[in-house]
Design a protein around this ligand. Structure first.
Ligand SMILES: [Zn+2]
Length: 409
């Protein structure tokens, strides 16, 4: 499957940095790369997230580092608290001797609290020749989606289409599952905010459960599922924050077709998704997958649907209760899982600034009749008992699929 379809020039930079004991090469040329080197000082490399065209300071970063010597370095973010409670996400290149491509990396994992110095810094002991990637949380790029899609390529229920082409020349995928003549439809989307990567693992988990579980067959006999995995594929691959992109971000671009003002979508992908949604006969249910603020605070460490708890529709409340039941029933005492708590203020919670009048995917789907039409926030880090990892996030998606199976009308 072709992944390198971009026509825009490769973004990112690479710098050879002289440390006390050797040289470390820090790059952001890989898909999703983000991080500016500020300075090197002995055993400390100082970085900052690149904010690019976001209008507020945000926290996404994802760098690649290769050391020519055995050395322990401190990676510091002098102006940003962007090292989470379990340290950064990390993966190491497998020492196979060949060029490093996708698939030549270990699984992403948390580096661990023992490597964390504080919210602005962590420590890592490099082996000579070792290549490592570090990020705020677990990245999910186009190549990760392609690896998923490749597994199910021969399944006749799945069709993978190109929805449109981005301004950067990238082909935007849409996944369709279920009968092409269904008269009821489910819409799922992610990455309207490019940096919100853990949401993608949940969406992938939903699709895996739909394809693998016999219990999902009734849903797929009556509904066609349309999944838009990359609302902002250029941003995902360039490693943009995407959140608060100026003049407005992709999740503020679903302007009404019949609006009195002259507004029209800025971005080809949101325009194409809106057209696609409008072409569906009857939209039953829609979920847009997001990530909240980085961690901490009242709501950022547990999954939640964005709603004033008292304003949640019966349908959304029903979905939330079923999701709570499914995650608890399927939670395991041996492996950590991500459970869901439907309590008001935990699993049904609102942002201070969230307005129902914004031009979001959720609102657009709601206007097309979807009920529930909801945004689901997936934490970047999670809690000690409910940690977010690639596997717990996929598992949570599987649980959500089961809950959806009992919800979709
Ligand atoms: Zn978001």
């Amino acid at each position: 499957m072709e992944t390198d379809i971009a026509t825009e020039p490769a973004a990112g930079t690479g710098s050879d940095l002289e440390t006390t004991d050797g040289t470390v090469t820090v790059r952001t040329t890989h898909p999703g790369g983000n991080g500016r080197v500020l300075e090197v000082d002995g055993e400390a490399i100082r970085l900052e997230p690149e904010i690019r065209d976001s209008t507020r300071r945000w926290f996404y970063w994802y760098v690649d580092a290769e050391s020519d010597a055995d050395q322990t370095l401190r990676i510091e973010f002098p102006s940003d608290e962007v090292v989470g409670p379990r340290g950064p996400a990390v993966r190491t290149a497998m020492p196979c001797g060949g060029p490093i491509g996708n698939g030549a990396w270990d699984e992403w994992r948390w580096l661990g609290a023992d490597h964390r110095i504080d919210a602005t810094a962590f420590r890592y002991a490099f082996d000579a020749g070792e290549r490592v990637q570090f990020a705020l949380s677990f990245p999910y790029q186009r190549a990760d989606f392609d690896a998923f899609a490749f597994e199910y390529e021969s399944d006749p229920r799945l069709s993978l289409e190109t929805l449109t082409t981005t301004a950067g020349g990238r082909e935007v995928p849409v996944v369709r599952l279920g009968p092409s003549d269904a008269d009821r439809h489910v819409a799922l989307a992610a990455r309207h905010h490019a940096c919100e990567s853990t949401a993608s693992y949940v969406l992938e988990g939903v699709l895996r459960e739909l394809l693998e579980s016999e219990a999902m067959e009734p849903l797929l006999e009556t509904h066609r599922v349309h999944a838009y995995p990359f609302g902002d594929l250029d941003g995902v691959e360039r490693g943009d924050q995407g959140k608060y992109r100026g003049p407005h971000d992709h999740n503020r671009d679903y302007v009404d077709a019949n609006e009195i003002s002259e507004l029209s979508p800025l971005y080809p992908t949101t325009s194409a998704i809106a057209d696609d949604l409008r072409s569906l006969e009857s939209l039953s249910l829609a979920i847009d997958f997001h990530c909240p603020f980085k961690w901490g605070g009242d709501i950022n460490d547990r999954p939640f649907f964005v709603t004033e708890p008292t304003a949640a529709s019966d349908e959304l409340r029903g979905l939330a209760e079923r999701l709570e039941d499914v995650t608890r029933a399927r939670s395991s005492e041996t492996d950590p899982t991500l459970t869901y708590d439907a309590s008001p203020g935990v699993g049904l919670a609102s942002f201070d600034s969230q307005s129902g009048l914004l031009h979001t995917f959720e609102r657009y789907c709601s206007q097309l009749g979807a009920e529930p039409a909801a945004s689901l926030e997936v934490p970047y880090v999670g809690t000690a008992t409910d940690p977010v990892t690639p596997s717990t996030a996929r598992r949570f998606g599987r649980d959500l699929a089961v809950a959806l199976g009992a919800t979709a009308r």
